[in-house]
Design a protein around this ligand. Structure first.
Ligand SMILES: [Zn+2]
Length: 287
């Protein structure tokens, strides 16, 4: 997006991820030098719009147990990135790292606590570069709290459904370069009923359907822009016994292993509306 990373960022560069995307605007072997010098082919300037869908607590083990859901994420995206959560795998610890590129000891959230971050974040970096960013999240959740006081927009909604509705409206208005759409129903339910309970699985299914809906909407609204769409959970979860039937916070694969899914598309070169219609049809088949 043509921005410098947050000053605290120590994460690996995204180049290898972007280069793995089949239709990536990042140069592939064989591109002519003139194409390579084109600003559109520079990884730093390639992406004009980004939407990050934060589906809380959808871990790798859960997706392995539900290949039907995983298959829909695969169909919607180009690249699957295997990641390990931060430790402890708690929501504010992990999302603070995702949006700073820093380890917990650097950004300061090392347990389940939700202060407003004082270190540099991706949202500060976006604002410095003149990009318009927005976080859409449910009232009182971590994502709604820890990134406050930045020069970005915030929408606080009553539930996940309202978060999706708001995000679709923002895409239609197209006044933001970077959108975070955060959902939490699966995480809420898994603590009460267990990560594989019918209620939790139904919630996860709604998250995947929301992602497919966002796939359709970004293709429709951003067809004329180069763009990235991410499915980006923070951690997984495991079964427990006792009053609560599910939890996360341990150094085990169920909690720590995460898959992120990336879709990256260059701007549709010619008839963006026709391109968007075809992309919508493609997404509808997966719905
Ligand atoms: Zn979480």
């Amino acid at each position: 997006m043509g921005i410098e990373p947050p000053t605290v960022c120590s994460a690996l560069p995204l180049g290898p991820v972007l280069a793995a995307v089949p239709e990536s605007p990042v140069p592939q072997n064989g591109d002519s030098p003139s194409e390579r010098s084109d600003a559109r082919y520079s990884p730093r300037f390639a992406v004009q719009r980004v939407l990050v869908y934060g589906a809380d607590a959808i871990g790798r083990v859960f997706l392995d147990n539900h290949p039907d859901l995983k298959q829909r994420l695969v169909a919607a995206t180009d690249v699957e990135v295997e990641l390990r959560a931060m430790f402890p795998p708690k929501t504010p610890v992990c999302y603070a790292s995702i949006f700073t590129g820093a380890l917990p000891e650097v950004h300061g959230i090392r347990k389940y606590e939700r202060p407003v971050l004082t270190c540099d974040t991706l949202f500060d970096a976006l604002a410095r570069a003149g990009k318009r960013a927005v976080i859409v999240a449910v009232k009182d959740c971590s994502m709604d709290i820890i990134f406050r006081n930045r020069q970005i927009d915030y929408f606080t909604e009553e539930d996940d459904g309202a978060v999706l509705k708001r995000t679709l409206a923002l895409l239609e208005e197209d006044e933001h370069d970077f959108i975070v759409c955060y959902n939490q129903e699966y995480d809420d339910v898994l603590h009460r009923a267990g990560p594989e309970s019918p209620d939790a699985v139904a919630a996860a299914q709604r998250h995947v359907e929301t992602f497919v809906r966002l796939w359709q909407a970004t293709e429709e609204r951003w067809a004329g822009q180069s763009r990235a769409l991410l499915f980006a959970p923070d951690h997984g979860a495991h079964n427990t016994s006792g009053a609560k039937l599910g939890d996360h916070g341990e150094d085990i694969p169920e909690d720590m292993d995460v898959l992120h899914f990336w879709r990256l598309r260059p701007a549709a070169p010619t008839d963006a509306a026709e391109y968007a219609r075809r992309a919508w049809d493609e997404a509808a088949e997966v719905w």
